[in-house]
Design a binder for this molecule. Structure first.
Ligand SMILES: Nc1nc2c(ncn2[C@@H]2O[C@H](COP(=O)(O)OP(=O)(O)OP(=O)(O)O)[C@@H](O)[C@H]2O)c(=O)[nH]1
Ligand SMILES: [Mg+2]
Length: 303
């Protein structure tokens, strides 16, 4: 008889490295939102992988960065806070970025070497986006630099997008997960509520559709949620923006942009809830919400 394993594994790394994409690949379905913009993830999201003899709770975290501001400080706290709860750490690095811009390697890696060196837990490195590195010969010197920066870690070249190398990484991670019984039902994918995941889906569409700094100044609040016995679920969501000038930019000419965001979000919500969804989106100005501690706490950011 094999013993059952249970543990927590933190997914950490610089912004945009592919942490959320890797989580979704581990789970075999989309849970965490993904966008080409850095700082997409704002909360430490738990994704639960159950394989019969192992249950791993992966903690997706906000990117580890050096930006100022109250919300950014809370994002950093969420990322480093995940470490203390973890039995092992997977550090995800964007190798495509470093192959194109080698000078960014030191800037992103330097703040990580000390804290990762001191974690006292198994560390795995997902050297990610190998599918996008051209020519392939650029890989080896980069992998050597990663090895020098994190001598205690085991390194796995992977592509979270194609899945290349991910199974080997998962097998290695599984080996260090401690023995213990499952803590969640086998079919539970996350500890996050459907309301939270719905707000995240809408936020993903904002990140995909809005330009430049605008998405960072938006946050989504679910205001009404009804799942009647039959027919469509009714979801009303408010998109808070930080300035009155942002409101029109989110709505777009003749309401076109907001409509596009709403349609894309609704289609995914219908998959998640397995029923038709009637989604209404509202845009409200809440001046400087990114610096409003009470509001940030209300929205689940920070303790
Ligand atoms: N080519 C390629 N792109 C990838 C890979 N993994 C992730 N990406 C892309 O990289 C971008 C960022 O991915 P995310 O998963 O959102 O990254 P993240 O680390 O969670 O980012 P934050 O939450 O913003 O810190 C997205 O556009 C992904 O599609 C990969 O293996 N190969
Ligand atoms: Mg993310």
């Amino acid at each position: 008889m094999t013993t059952h394993r249970f543990g927590h594994v933190a997914l950490m790394g610089p912004p945009n490295a592919g942490k959320s994409t890797l989580l979704n690949h581990f789970l075999g379905q989309k849970l965490a939102i993904v966008s080409p913009k850095p700082q997409t993830t704002r909360n430490a999201i738990r994704g639960i992988l159950s394989t019969g003899d192992t249950q791993i709770v992966f903690l997706d975290t906000p990117g580890v960065h050096r930006m100022a501001g109250r919300m950014n400080r809370l994002l950093l706290e969420a990322a480093w806070g995940a470490l203390s709860q973890a039995d092992a750490v997977v550090l995800i690095l964007d190798m495509q970025l470093y192959s194109k811009k080698p000078h960014l390697f030191d800037r992103e890696i330097a703040p990580l070497t000390d804290p990762i060196g001191r974690v006292g837990k198994p560390v795995f490195i997902a050297a990610n986006k190998v599918d996008a590195i051209r020519p392939k010969e650029k890989m080896l010197p980069l992998l050597l630099r990663v090895g020098q920066a994190f001598p205690q870690a085991e390194i796995f070249p992977v592509s979270a997008a194609t899945g290349e190398g991910v199974a080997d990484l998962l097998a290695a991670v599984t080996k260090v997960v401690p023995e213990g019984p499952a803590q969640y039902p086998e079919d539970q994918l996350s500890t996050a509520s459907l309301r939270f995941l719905a707000a995240e889906i809408i936020r993903e569409k904002l990140f995909l559709e809005l330009e430049q700094e605008l998405p960072y100044n938006t946050i989504v609040e679910i205001e009404q949620w009804e799942e009647p016995e039959a027919g469509a679920a009714l979801i009303n969501a408010c998109i808070h923006v930080a300035r009155s000038t942002h409101k029109g930019m989110v709505i777009g000419k003749g309401g076109q942009l907001l409509k596009k965001i709403g349609t894309a979000a609704r289609i995914e919500l219908e998959v998640m809830l397995e029923r038709p969804v009637h989604l209404e989106l509202w845009v409200k100005v809440r001046e400087d919400w990114t610096e409003d501690t009470a509001f940030l706490r209300e929205m689940g950011l920070g303790e």
